[in-house]
Design a protein around this ligand. Structure first.
Ligand code: PAF
Length: 279
C-alpha cells in the first residue's frame, strides 16, 4: 500500500484510473470501516482510503483534539484489506489557507437531527468530502448507513453537482450485542459499554411498534426517550422519519406504508452515540 500525503503525488499516482473506489475515513479504523473497504473492492479498482480528522466538522466544544488517532494500527488494517493507496494528508495540505468556500446543505436537511445538535457539522462534512473527491476523483465512494443523514446529504450533493462519483451505501456493522461500531465507542467505560446496546434495543422496540400498527409516532418517540433517560442516558432525539427526505411522516404516510427510518442520538456519560434502523 502506498501512503501518500500530498495532493500532487496522489494525482500522479492515480492518473488514468477510471474505476477508483474511495472510502473516506477519520481513522481509528474498526471492523465497520473494513467492511466499507471490502464493499469498495466489489465496486471498483483500485481501492483508495483516506484518513483525515477534519477540523471543519467539529464544533468548538466537541472532541477534535481527543478524537482517537491510531495511524500505525490503521495502516496495518488497510494493508491487510489490500487497499492500494492511503491518502493521509496533513491539515496544512488540505487547508493551506482558511477554507472560505464551503458547501452548505439545504437547511431542511442540514439543520435537522444531527445538524440541530451539531451546528455546522454537515457543512464541514460536505466541504471536506467534495475536496477529497476532487483529490481522488473516484468513480464510486462508499459511506456507511450508520451515519444515515450524512449518507443522504453526500448523495444529494453528488447528484445536485452532477459529480461523476456514485455513492454506495454500506450496512451498519454491529457488535454481537447489537451496538453499532463507531470510533467513539473507545470512549465508553466498561459499565457504559455494557449499557450501550440499549440504544439499538430502543430503536428495535420503536420499529416493532410501528410495524405492528402503532400510529402515534410522537408518543412512541417520547416513550423511547423516557425509557433511555430512566436508564441514565441523555437522549438528544429519537425520531421516526421518512427515508426519502428525513422529514417527519404525516398521518397519511403511515397508512401508505411510506418507507421509514428511526434515527437516534443520545449521550451515555461523556460519549455521544448515534444509531438508526430502517423500518
Ligand atoms: O464519516 C466520517 O468519518 C467523516 O464524516 C468523513 C465522511 C470521513 C468526512 O470527514
Amino acid at each position: 500500500m502506498k501512503i501518500i500525503s500530498s495532493i500532487d503525488e496522489l494525482r500522479d499516482q492515480l492518473r488514468g484510473q477510471l474505476r477508483t473506489a474511495f472510502v473516506p475515513t477519520m481513522g481509528n479504523l474498526h471492523e465497520g470501516h473494513l467492511s466499507l473497504m471490502r464493499l469498495a473492492r466489489k465496486h471498483g479498482d483500485p481501492v483508495v482510503a483516506s484518513i483525515f480528522v477534519n477540523r471543519l466538522q467539529f464544533g468548538p466544544n466537541e472532541d477534535f483534539d481527543k478524537y482517537p488517532r491510531t495511524f500505525q494500527a490503521d495502516v496495518e488494517k488497510l494493508e491487510r484489506e489490500g487497499v492500494y493507496v492511503l491518502f493521509a494528508p496533513t491539515e496544512k495540505e488540505l487547508y493551506p489557507e482558511p477554507q472560505e468556500y464551503r458547501v452548505r446543505p439545504p437547511d431542511d436537511l442540514g439543520n435537522i437531527l444531527e445538524g440541530e445538535f451539531r451546528p455546522g457539522f454537515f457543512t464541514g462534512v460536505t466541504t471536506i468530502v467534495l475536496k477529497l473527491f476532487s483529490c481522488v476523483q473516484p468513480r464510486v465512494a462508499v459511506f456507511g448507513k450508520k451515519d444515515y443523514q450524512q449518507l443522504m446529504i453526500v448523495r444529494n450533493m453528488a447528484r445536485q453537482f452532477a459529480l461523476p462519483t456514485e455513492i454506495i451505501a454500506a450496512e451498519t456493522w454491529r457488535a454481537d450485542d447489537g451496538l453499532a461500531l463507531s470510533s467513539r465507542n473507545v470512549y465508553l467505560r466498561p459499565d457504559e459499554r455494557a449499557e450501550a446496546p440499549a440504544l439499538y434495543q430502543a430503536l428495535q422496540q420503536v420499529a416493532d411498534e410501528v410495524r405492528s400498527g402503532h400510529l402515534d409516532i410522537f408518543q412512541l418517540e417520547r416513550e423511547a426517550m423516557a425509557r433511555l433517560t430512566k436508564r441514565g442516558w441523555k437522549p438528544d432525539y429519537i425520531s421516526i422519519r421518512k427515508r426519502i427526505d428525513l422529514q417527519p411522516p404525516a398521518a397519511g404516510d403511515l397508512a401508505k406504508n411510506e418507507p421509514l427510518v428511526v434515527v437516534a442520538a443520545a449521550r451515555l456519560g461523556a460519549t455521544r452515540l448515534i444509531d438508526n434502523l430502517e423500518i
